[in-house]
Design a protein around this ligand. Structure first.
Ligand SMILES: [Zn+2]
Ligand SMILES: [Zn+2]
Length: 116
């Protein structure tokens, strides 16, 4: 949100008056944007800590799916290393969308936010 404000200010076209008005508006909004970004960051870190504490999850059929395993491989870069199925890949930082259960169903990763 903070970066969006800076980009908006950078892209403002018009005379000096228009640019000064835009700068004043951004200066008023910036503290709220910084606070919103901070809250979002703290929430995200809390969720990462919660997920990191999980050693397993359940598929929709109730089967236990281990998250800490030597068998995980990254779908993005192909790297395989012991680790946590829901945390970022240690090689490339990609986050898996889900963990697959042997029954065929999958468990969504709460840290996954889609492809960027
Ligand atoms: Zn990877
Ligand atoms: Zn299952």
């Amino acid at each position: 949100m903070t970066l969006d404000l800076v980009r908006t200010l950078r892209d403002v076209r018009g005379g000096l008056g228009t640019r000064l008005l835009a700068a004043a508006l951004v200066a008023i909004i910036m503290p709220l944007a910084l606070l919103a970004d901070l809250v979002r960051h703290v929430r995200r870190e809390a969720l990462v800590a919660q997920v990191a504490a999980l050693d397993s999850t359940r598929c929709p059929r109730g089967h236990r799916v281990e998250l800490i395993s030597a068998g995980w491989s990254c779908a993005a870069c192909g790297s395989s290393a012991p680790g946590h199925g829901f945390l970022p890949c240690p090689a490339c930082g990609a986050i898996a969308a889900r963990a697959e259960c042997p029954c065929g169903l999958s468990c969504p990763n709460p840290l996954f936010r889609g492809t960027r």
